[in-house]
Design a protein around this ligand. Structure first.
Ligand SMILES: [Zn+2]
Length: 376
């Protein structure tokens, strides 16, 4: 609360009446210079320069920062600034200061901004570095379960912590193995903040996010039910565990990643029947797509590619059911090394085209509705 009040008062009319804010301390000036360097690095698409200003001690934040650095090297953000908005205060050896980030994801994307309390740490070389948002941590009785949230989301953090604790066992049972380290969950209040934390060049809306080695990011929505929280965490944990058992981040088709994650979520709240029912209807309308079209996630065609979730889910379930868990998981893990066709021939004894055809054949097209008006 202290931070919030300070950030509002400093620079406001009230502050001016009270004699204004004291001028920046040397450490605050060093943080301001660091923020300017980070901003320049983003604008120059210079990932190395960005990472030089980031504290990479925490392995999850280090992964997240490297993802961002790679992303800005590929796509430039036409506008970006990170600025301190109020006084910094000490938290142990670190400094915490309210900041505002303003940016534009792409030439055609609209401008965005977010404000949050950022953490800055001093390295052994005496230089300040950006350490991400200032989090409060909630740890479960299972020490693998950690939830990071800002102090204003303490109640929500507890809901997420208990949901996380409930989904770990069914998800681990689905994979038939346990993970020694579970990714922490970070809860964000606003969409712009979660987008900013991924990369300032990320545009689409999202409710959750997970990349290999990163924490699970979750956008807090008011009135989220316990079931929806559990589904989001189980889905993202499914991604983490699929990589843990051997999926390749890039080479494994995207539909397989989403299919496994949806299957993990379905191990907590089953919905395969509903998914197959929907796909059967789409089959009847000739609206199913080729798996090839769902192999690589593409920002530009994301809306047309959303069938990766139900089609992936249904295909993964079909393979596990028809060929058994052992062969099914061997197939899933090998998709990245030998491709879908090679893995299908090796582990399931048939080419992928045949598997695809059999899967499509398993979907029930609903009976046409009787024409109620015919005899009326
Ligand atoms: Zn996913």
């Amino acid at each position: 609360m202290r931070i919030l009040i300070r950030s509002i008062v400093c620079g406001s009319t009230i502050a001016t009446l009270l004699g204004g804010c004291a001028s920046a301390t040397p450490d605050e000036r060093a943080i301001d210079a660091l923020n300017a360097r980070l901003s320049d690095a983003v604008l120059a698409s210079d990932g190395d320069a960005y990472l030089a200003g980031v504290d990479q001690t925490d392995p999850y934040f280090a992964h997240e920062s490297r993802y961002l650095a790679n992303a800005i090297e590929k796509d430039a953000a036409p506008a970006f600034s990170l600025k301190r908005r109020g006084r910094a205060y000490a938290d142990g050896d670190a400094l915490v200061a309210p900041v505002r980030a303003k940016w534009q994801p792409s030439e055609k994307g609209s401008a965005r901004s977010t404000e949050f309390d950022a953490r800055f740490t001093k390295g052994p070389d005496g230089a300040w570095r950006y350490a991400g948002a200032q989090w409060e941590t909630t740890v479960s009785t299972d020490p693998r379960i950690r939830v990071y949230a800002t102090p204003d989301l303490a109640v929500e953090a507890e809901l997420v912590r208990s949901a996380y604790a409930r989904v770990v066992a069914p998800v681990e049972a689905f994979f038939g193995t346990a993970m020694p380290d579970l990714p922490p969950v970070k809860i964000y209040r606003d969409l712009a903040h979660i987008q900013f934390s991924i990369t300032p060049t990320y545009d689409p809306p999202l409710g959750g996010w997970y990349e290999p080695g990163e924490s699970i990011k979750m956008l807090w929505r008011s009135r989220r039910s316990a079931e929806s929280i559990e589904r989001v965490i189980a889905h993202e944990l499914g991604h983490a565990m699929y990589e843990y058992i051997g999926a390749g981040a890039d080479a494994t088709p995207w539909w397989a990643h989403e299919g496994v994650a949806e299957s993990a979520a379905s191990s907590v709240h089953p919905r395969l029947d509903r998914v197959n029912e929907r796909l059967g209807k789409l089959k009847g309308e000739d609206k199913l797509v080729e798996f090839e079209f769902l192999a690589v996630f593409d920002d530009d065609t994301f809306m047309e590619q959303r069938l990766a979730y139900p089609m992936g889910h249904s295909m993964v379930a079909y393979v596990l059911d028809r060929f058994g868990r052992e062969r099914g998981f061997a197939w899933l893990v090998d998709l990245d090394d030998v491709g879908v066709d090679g893995a299908s021939r090796t582990h399931l004894g048939l080419p992928f085209a045949e598997l695809d055809e059999a899967w499509r054949g398993s979907l029930q097209v609903p009976e046409p509705e009787p024409d109620a008006g015919a005899d009326a």
